[in-house]
Structures are given as C-alpha cells and as structure tokens.
Design a protein around this ligand. Structure first.
Ligand SMILES: *[C@@H]1O[C@H](CO)[C@@H](O)[C@H](O)[C@H]1NC(C)=O
Ligand SMILES: *[C@@H]1O[C@H](CO)[C@@H](O)[C@H](O)[C@H]1NC(C)=O
Length: 339
C-alpha cells in the first residue's frame, strides 16, 4: 500500500460534517440553548395570543392590544388579510392595536405593530435571538428561578420609518413549572378558549398564583402564557426600545424536562452512522479511483486494502474454527466438571 493513501481518510469526514444542519439565520424552537443547556419548545409552537388594554385619558383614547406569538415559525396572515391589518411577512411576534376613540362615538382603527421577526424581503432586519439561563442572569429578581430568557428583535414601528420609527423587541421568559405543559388557558389564533379542566389542582393553583403575582409584575392570570408589560426601555446607545415582556410557565423550561417526542434521542447516532458510512463509501470509491489511475489496478486490486478485504472470508472462517474449537474443548472439559 502506498503511504499517501492513508492520509485521505479524513477528507470524507470533513465533507460530511459540512452537511450538518446549521441555524445561523434564525433560531430553531426545537433546539434552544444557553450555557450548554438545551430546551425543546416545539410543543409551544403555533400562534398564541395575549391581550392588554391601555388608556390615555388625556386624549380620550383606549388602546386594545392583541399580541400574537409563534416561537416556532413566522406568523401566517388571516384569509383576506392585508398590510393594513397584519404584520409584515416574517414576523414571529406581532401586536394588533385597536385604537378606540372614547370621545368620538368609540369609532376605532386597527394598527399592526411588528415586534420581532426576520424581515428578509423588506429591510433585512433580523430576529437576532439571544438566550440566557435565568439562573445565570445578573438580575436579583431571577434568583432561584429555573428557565431561559429569550430576547427577540427585528421589529420597528412605524415599520418603514427608518428615522423616527421605534425599535421593538419581545422578551419572553420561559419559566420551569412541572405542572404545566404551557398551553393551559391558551387562546389560539381563532379566538377559541381551551378550557381548564383540572379541578383538583384549583386550590393549589390559586395559592401559587397569589404567591407569584405578589412577586412579579405580570398580569394576574391562570394562563401559562402571561402578559408582563409593553413599555419603552433603554436599549444600547441610549436608544429607546419598545419592549413586550411575556412570561411562559411550562415544563419544557425545566432543565430536566423529558424530550417531547421520544424519537429524537438517536439523532446523534443517526448522524454518526450516516457520516460513518459516507466516509467508508467515499474512501472506497476514491481509493479505487486512485488505484485505477495510478497503478492501473483491476479487480480486487482496485479496492484500497483489497487484499485484506479479499481475505476476510478466510479470516472469518479461521476465527469461527477457533471459536468452535474452544467451545468443543470447553465441552469435553465440562465432562469432569459435572462429576
Ligand atoms: C373616527 O372617525 C373620524 C371620522 O370618520 C376619523 O377622522 C377618526 O380618525 C376616527 N378616529 C379613530 C380613532 O379612528
Ligand atoms: C383581539 O382578540 C379578540 C379575541 O380573540 C378579538 O375578538 C378581537 O377582534 C381581536 N382584536 C383585534 C384588533 O384583532
């Protein structure tokens, strides 16, 4: 064997590694990670809505917000939706604000506000998702909480106003709660309410709720996904960022959460075997081609280590004979063991 050929075994491995999925453009709700801890939020996918009402008594206006979040994919427009009533394509967090004029016979207008998303086809703004474990957070109020905080960017309002548009973002805290899937009290996009049917937990639930509402500033609600604020906050470089804060209590935010679907464990081994066989195949093909071109090899000689491969049946036979011999030998000795 020429020594030059053993060096190329690495090449197919490298080639196969570059085929692995990468998630640089956005984030994958199945594979959210911070500080080496992984979470799978795929069960929380789909559009979920929270509401908020605000009033401006000076101007006699009332603002009714519907915030829609889909952490797994971009939001879909309703049938017959238009840019006047929907966020731009690519939004994952969207607010629909209804401005009610209390003075003028309560007539109202609808204003969509892009809060977070990846808007490739508009202005290139990106969701630029950032994740942080609550227990690694510097804030005191996070002490003793288990879960992960997601910061999702990309929005602006007015969306097309580069100069005076106000940047938007959503900060979602996924908090570990082993008793919740995260869909309790959920309101789907179509306005249906899922009913709470675990009565036995009601009392405990109320106690817990009181405890929590005294601690946090989130709305007092039994729903797993809760509104915690929508205000201007200071961002980098003294820029104001209108920030939607949500809290999502769910078992999937627990660090020891079981994977939602049992089938995903062998993902690593699946990849391992695919790469392994690709590597072997590439090695054999490329090696044969080299042997053919360089040495004019034919038949068995084409394969790298062709002589070894050809010998495998004999080696196997030899091995089998030895094993059989040992077993038979052991059997005859077993004769006196039985005495
Ligand atoms: C209410 O209606 C008037 C007249 O139709 C309109 O000019 C005004 O913008 C409306 N106000 C709101 C808050 O939609
Ligand atoms: C907000 O949601 C409620 C309930 O789902 C719905 O009745 C209302 O029309 C929505 N408002 C807007 C502005 O979409």
């Amino acid at each position: 064997m020429a020594p030059s050929r053993s060096r190329m075994t690495l090449l197919p491995l490298l080639a196969a590694a570059s085929l692995l999925p990468s998630s640089s453009w956005a984030f994958d709700c199945k594979e959210v990670a911070a500080s080496g801890v992984h979470f799978d939020f795929s069960k929380l996918g789909g559009p979920h809505i929270v509401h908020w009402e605000d009033e401006d008594l000076v101007h006699e206006m009332q603002y009714k917000y519907n915030f829609t979040v889909d952490i797994c994919q971009k939001l879909q427009w309703d049938k017959g939706g238009s840019q006047a009533t929907e966020c731009h394509h690519g939004a994952r967090v969207c607010a629909i604000r209804e401005d009610v004029n209390l003075a003028m016979d309560r007539n109202s207008t609808i204003t969509p506000i892009d809060i977070a998303g990846t808007y490739k086809s508009y202005n290139g703004r990106d969701i630029d998702a950032k994740f942080e474990l609550l227990r690694k957070s510097e804030s005191n109020s996070d002490a003793g909480r288990e879960g992960i905080r997601a910061v999702l960017n990309g929005g602006r309002f007015p969306f097309d106003d580069k100069k005076s548009g106000i940047d938007q973002r959503a900060i979602i805290e996924f908090v570990c709660d082993k008793k919740r899937t995260g869909l309790e009290g959920d309101e789907k996009d179509n306005g249906d309410k899922e009913d709470d049917n675990d009565d036995d937990d009601k009392k405990e639930e109320k106690l817990r709720r009181r405890e929590e509402s005294s601690k946090g500033k989130c709305e007092d609600s039994d729903a797993s996904l809760r509104f915690c604020g929508y205000q201007q906050e200071d961002g980098a470089k003294d820029k104001k960022i209108q920030t939607l804060r949500l809290e999502w209590r769910t078992e999937y935010a627990c660090e020891d959460a079981p994977p939602p679907d049992g089938g995903s464990h062998w993902g690593f081994f699946g990849w391992f075997f695919i790469i392994f066989f690709l590597a072997i195949a590439t090695y054999l093909i490329f090696g044969s081609w080299l042997n053919y071109n360089r040495y004019g090899a034919r038949g068995w000689e084409l394969l790298p280590h062709g002589d070894t491969i050809r010998d495998i049946p004999y080696i196997a036979k030899d091995f089998a004979r030895k094993v059989v011999g040992t077993v038979q030998g052991g059997g005859s000795r077993g004769g006196y063991a039985a005495v």
